[in-house]
Design a protein around this ligand. Structure first.
Ligand SMILES: [Zn+2]
Length: 422
């Protein structure tokens, strides 16, 4: 059931209206308030020993967290290098002259704020441009710097959608991606509730974010067309925001979130998975069907134990078996036998991420596991990514066929509503 009211049509269906149209979004529907005012998002960009900071289109200032003291200002086009040494922030010129020093005890974070609306630029070696402000934090190790980009959610999405989808994709696909990405981000923000220092990472473990480098006119338009619109299901207020999971190519059937991730909060009806008829029309063959991958038994054991400290008691993994799979054949859980005789079970997605460091990583958890003597054989592999929620190549194929953003989202998140978060 959907809760679209007969309000005037909005931009979401404006350009894609066709026989396949899925309805419109009522922009006067109830507003699901985000946990943070104005939906600010904090994105962890990277951790570096030494961070190059600059600015473009305006100057920047280095402030304490409360914004009461400015330690240093840079004019547009100027750069500096920041490092942590002897429990102090040290700000140096690009050629190594010390410009300023701030004890960590005085300010545990350095905020880099644009003074006149320009971009802040940061990188370990090559700088990238970002909207909003930066927060530099001492990492847990005390020597390295964690760089966090703090900005409004809509600006953030411009840097996400261009990184997660091809800018040349159909506008309906880019709009659907915008709503899915906004829902996922807002769900993460709400779940954090302002705790910790960041809400999301900037890679596939959260969703890809490239800052201004990810922006194009078409992507910005798609984000603006869907401004504030999120997927919701059940609950009330911010609890209703659905984690808008998506992945590259489902391979013909999307995955059940609970089966893939094992989390209780992901068990909502719209994320239980279903047949996808569309990615086969658009996805590159190597993503739809990736054939057979063989990983040496010793290599697989080393990779998993290197990645997961909590498996160390197995000492060496001597046997692997599928212990649970979905009706369509996607592996959900594997059993591991250690050389010590100890056994454990591992979620298939965790297993897959654990072996990404091997020579031929697994593209999905949809395969048939075979014992090949010295190797583990992952045969008849299908799809790319975790498979939960929207299938991105399927989304593009639907858009090309004339389905609008609402119809696409309705197909991949059955039972979900589309509502405004702000
Ligand atoms: Zn698909």
């Amino acid at each position: 059931m959907f809760c679209f009211l007969a309000a005037p049509a909005v931009v979401l269906c404006g350009c894609d209206q066709s026989d396949h149209g899925g309805g419109s979004i009522d922009r006067s529907a109830r507003v699901v308030h985000p946990a943070l005012p104005a939906a600010t998002v904090r994105v962890s960009l990277f951790i570096g020993d030494c961070v190059s900071v600059g600015c473009e289109g305006g100057g920047v200032g280095f402030w304490n967290r409360r914004g009461s003291v400015c330690y240093l200002a840079l004019d547009a086009g100027e750069s500096c290098v920041v490092r942590l040494r002897d429990d102090c922030w040290q700000i140096e010129s690009p050629d190594g002259h010390l410009w300023g020093e701030v004890p960590l005890g005085e300010s545990a974070a350095l905020d880099v704020r644009s003074s006149d609306g320009g971009y802040v630029c940061v990188g370990e070696s090559e700088q990238q441009r970002y909207r909003g402000q930066l927060r530099l934090l001492a990492d847990e190790s005390g020597d390295a710097i964690r760089v966090v980009n703090i900005l409004d959610l809509e600006s953030y999405l411009q840097g996400v959608v261009g990184a997660e989808a091809y800018a040349s994709w159909h506008m309906a696909a880019l709009r659907a991606q915008s709503v899915a990405s906004r829902s996922y981000a807002l769900w993460r923000i709400n779940r954090r509730g302002g705790a910790g220092e960041w809400d999301l990472g900037s890679n596939q473990a959260s969703q890809m974010y490239r800052g201004v480098a990810g922006e194009t006119v078409r992507v910005t338009t798609a984000v603006q067309d869907t401004r504030g619109v999120v997927l919701t299901y059940g609950g009330s207020g911010s609890d209703a925001v659905l984690p808008g999971y998506f992945s590259s190519t489902c391979g013909g059937h999307t995955a059940d979130a609970q089966g893939a991730f094992g989390g209780i909060e992901e068990s909502q009806v719209p994320l239980r998975g279903g047949v996808c008829d569309y990615c086969r029309r658009a996805a590159p063959e190597g993503l739809m069907n990736w054939g057979t991958v063989e990983i040496g038994k010793a290599e697989l054991s080393e990779a998993l134990l290197r990645r997961y400290d909590d498996l160390a008691y197995l000492e060496r993994i001597v046997d692997v078996a599928v212990t649970r799979q979905s009706d369509c054949g996607r592996v959900e859980e594997l059993g591991l036998l250690g050389s010590t005789g100890a056994r454990t079970r591992i979620c298939a997605e965790r297993f897959r991420l654990g072996v990404t460091s091997t020579e031929r990583p697994l593209r999905s958890s949809w395969y048939r596991l075979e014992d090949g003597g010295d190797v583990w054989r992952f045969a008849d592999g299908r799809g790319y990514g975790h498979g939960v929620g929207m299938c991105q190549w399927g989304c593009q194929a639907m858009a090309v066929l004339g389905y609008d953003c609402v119809a696409i989202l309705r197909y991949y998140y059955p039972g979900a509503n589309l509502e405004r978060a702000y």
